[in-house]
Design a binder for this molecule. Structure first.
Ligand SMILES: [Zn+2]
Length: 415
């Protein structure tokens, strides 16, 4: 526990913010600052094949011990970058030891307050050791909680010779927060039969469902004429864009009006001139049928706008992003079932929640590597009110150890 805390507090102080504007891989060089620290630590612990790839991913092996050759190889994955949404420079973690349930005021910006309203679930953590940032940065528990837990797992396995287990792979990815965490990672690099991301939130969470996701770009071309002599001639692309947006559902099927298993059409970017406008949408749904319906609705809306003026052109291009990992996992639920069993063995009631977003695991699963997501003990992520529970983090390590043990009893299946 002490080591886990020490690691976590040390890692969050290292600035690893990723950058969505950057075209390089990794998107920011500073992510390597943490990767190098982790690589050195893994080598010192006795891990093998420790390497940082040219795209900034850290990979390592914990060799199998006293296990048959057909024992599955399990990978544990966390991301080192923090969200571009809020500063990660100069993080000062504060441990609220045996938290007493009172309101937490962050010292470097006393307007930032954690209470039950701003930090749901915090009041149930009385007596635990809560970690926050100091008010001017995010904490970065997303996903350095996961990183610290996997390092603790590695340290434990490498120093306890009596534990029999199959080969374990450790993988720390860059750029998860900008959606490129596994862009360059190949399954050969990863070298595992099953993987788990430690990138989930609350205690006991096991996720094997993500959204299915499409991206849509709508291009509207009008007719540009000097406004002084435009009568009967101008076709204003921006006006058409406004009408298109207005014709889409406003009170249903938007992110701000949906929750649970309902999907949405989200307009997130709109640019243009009277001559031409471009609208960017993300379409999300847990089911492919629902996702298709969102796409159809958008296409129909575009056709109607185009038909309203024969001089206008409206193009709608929809491209797939990722798919609900359930589609693959339900063919063999062993990785999920064992995760649930591992959580139970840690004395926790599993919480099975579909994630209203994607994970790197969703893409790995689609590529052929089953990768459910496990809780890491982080809350309120991506902002200054982010917090983590050290006791939850300890339970996450315990869950991983249970998983290693459970997989040591299994055999590889032909895929
Ligand atoms: Zn994350």
């Amino acid at each position: 526990m002490h080591d886990l805390e020490e690691r976590f507090l040390r890692y969050v102080r290292i600035d690893t913010q990723s950058d969505e504007e950057s075209k390089s891989a990794p998107s920011t060089a500073k992510q390597l600052d943490l990767q190098r620290v982790l690589a050195d630590e893994l080598k010192t612990l006795g891990a093998q094949d420790v390497r940082i790839t040219d795209y900034g991913c850290l990979l390592a092996t914990i060799p199998a011990r006293n296990a048959p050759a057909d024992t599955p190889t399990v990978a544990f994955i966390a991301h080192v970058d923090t969200a571009p949404a809020f500063s990660g420079t100069g993080v000062v973690p504060i441990v609220h030891r045996s938290y007493d349930g009172s309101t937490i005021v962050l010292p470097d910006d006393p307007t930032r307050i954690l209470d039950e309203e701003t930090a749901p679930g915090l009041s149930q953590k009385r007596g635990e050791d809560i970690v926050t940032a100091s008010g001017t940065t995010l904490l970065g528990a997303d996903d350095k909680a996961g990183v610290a837990e996997i390092m603790e797992l590695a340290s434990y396995l490498l120093s306890h010779q009596e534990i029999a287990h199959g080969k374990i792979r450790v993988c720390f990815t860059p750029d998860e927060e900008v959606g490129r965490g596994v862009d360059n990672l190949t399954l050969d690099d990863l070298g595992a039969d099953i993987a788990y991301t430690l990138d989930g939130g609350g205690l006991g969470e096991v996720t094997y469902e993500s959204f299915s996701a499409d991206h849509a770009i709508v291009k509207i071309t009008g007719v540009s004429i000097h406004p002084g002599s435009a009568i009967g001639k101008m076709v204003n692309a921006l006006q058409l864009a406004a009408r298109l947006v207005d014709s889409l559902p406003q009170y249903t099927r938007t992110p701000e009006t949906t929750s649970g298993r309902d999907g949405f059409i989200h307009l997130y970017k709109m640019t243009g001139t009277s001559a031409q406008a471009e609208l960017h949408f993300i379409l999300r749904d847990f089911e492919l049928e629902g996702l298709g319906a969102h796409g159809d609705l958008l296409r129909q809306a575009c056709e109607l706008i185009e038909a309203s003026d024969l001089r206008a052109q409206v193009e709608c291009e929809i491209t797939p992003q990722y798919r609900n990992m359930r589609y693959w996992l339900e063919k063999d639920m062993r990785p999920v079932d064992l995760a649930i069993e591992a959580v139970r063995r840690a004395g926790i009631e599993p919480v099975i929640t579909p994630i209203r977003g994607g994970t790197d695991g969703a893409r790995l699963t689609e590529m052929g590597l089953p990768t459910p997501n496990l809780f890491a003990g982080m809350y309120n992520v991506h902002g200054p009110l982010e917090w983590a529970s050290l006791q939850d983090m300890e339970k996450a390590v315990e869950t991983c150890l249970n998983l290693v043990d459970l997989w040591a009893q299994e055999k590889k299946t032909e895929r």
